[in-house]
Design a protein around this ligand. Sequence first.
Ligand SMILES: C[S@@+](CC[C@H](N)C(=O)[O-])C[C@H]1O[C@@H](n2cnc3c(N)ncnc32)[C@H](O)[C@@H]1O
Ligand code: SF4
Length: 398
Amino acid sequence: MIESPALTRDAKLLPDTGEPGFGVYVHWPFCAAKCPYCDFNSHVRHQPVDQKRYVAAFLKEIVNARLMSGPKTVTSIFLGGGTPSLMKPETVDAIMNGISRHWHVPDGIEITMEANPSSVEAERFRGYRAAGVNRVSLGVQALNDRDLKFLGRLHDVADALKAIRLARDIFPRMSFDLIYARPNQTVEEWERELKEAISYAVDHLSLYQLTIEEGTPFYGLQKAGKLIVPDGNQSAALYEATQEITEREGLPAYEVSNHARPGAESRHNLTYWRYGDYAGIGPGAHGRLTRGAEKIATATERKPEAWLDLVERDGHGIIDEERLGFEQQSDELLLMGLRLKEGVDLARWQQLSGRDPDPKREHFLLEHGFIERIGNSRLRCTPAGMLILDSVVADLAC
Ligand SMILES: C[S@@+](CC[C@H](N)C(=O)[O-])C[C@H]1O[C@@H](n2cnc3c(N)ncnc32)[C@H](O)[C@@H]1O
Ligand code: SF4
């Protein structure tokens, strides 16, 4: 059995300090099949992937990210994809050891791994657990076989339930994802499915509305009139039913699409939404690293093999590095923070933007019930504002 001495001590999850924190994101860019709605950086390879070569490259990028970030205490690690549960436990173990060699990794931080129900095996799950993973996020997507087939998934409901059971047995924390607002989905059908999902959930659920992304097979079908998604009114009704049911069942939204029992929020995602720093490791990973007054936005090469070549040659796969000035940072802070129920810290926003929110615009949004103040120090979207989040952000940012 693999042992990561730095990461297997089974400390209780550290409390959320409310601070943005510092996260490490590692991207595994491979999937067993490409889902027709997905535009994530995920690729199918018919030859076995040389995981040792990827590990060596991940370790090089960790060294480079550490050089950029300086010494830091890590508050969360997230292995995302793609399908990270296609990684061997040894691969995960080596990545964890690399991270803990270069940054301070306290006991009890959240270490999440995304997993697909079709690639879940008990032995591998135990191996990930031994490597330090303490939270799994499963891509369940639907709880009926017809819709799983429509979504191009390789698993059926039975596989999903087996994976949920296994994850609950092995990991202290787990979440799963569902995609709703599917073609012809009625509010009643969704309500039934959501209640069933809640009965399997531990303390966290991610509930995403199906988005038709440009360049995906679903996009082509929609253009050809062969795929019709719920219209604005139906989507809003599905969204409202989602909020109502999850709230009633004790898993309220803490972000647009994320629901948790209080205290069980994803720490890693909170770091993004609270506009903290994070290192992005692996093909197509993004990072935000503060250097003095600037935040550096990094993006790596997306194509796995080209990323490998770059890292082996240069020690990192970064192809885009942008220095974000105060104005850009304040816009990003707003964009991310207004997704959260806790809203944004106004003093932080004022410090970055060098101004107060435009009084006329703020008044208009307040009057129409799209935003609200929490005391004097925070601003957030109301449920009505969440439905038109992009316009609210655009209005306040300019
Ligand atoms: C990057 S995927 C990783 C999870 C894992 N690969 C899986 O699919 O099981 C993260 C989640 O994004 C969601 N997602 C991806 N594309 C989406 C889309 N076009 N519309 C809505 N949700 C989407 C799915 O719920 C998925 O589980
Ligand atoms: S398994 Fe997940 S990451 Fe891979 S194609 Fe499907 S949705 Fe995208």
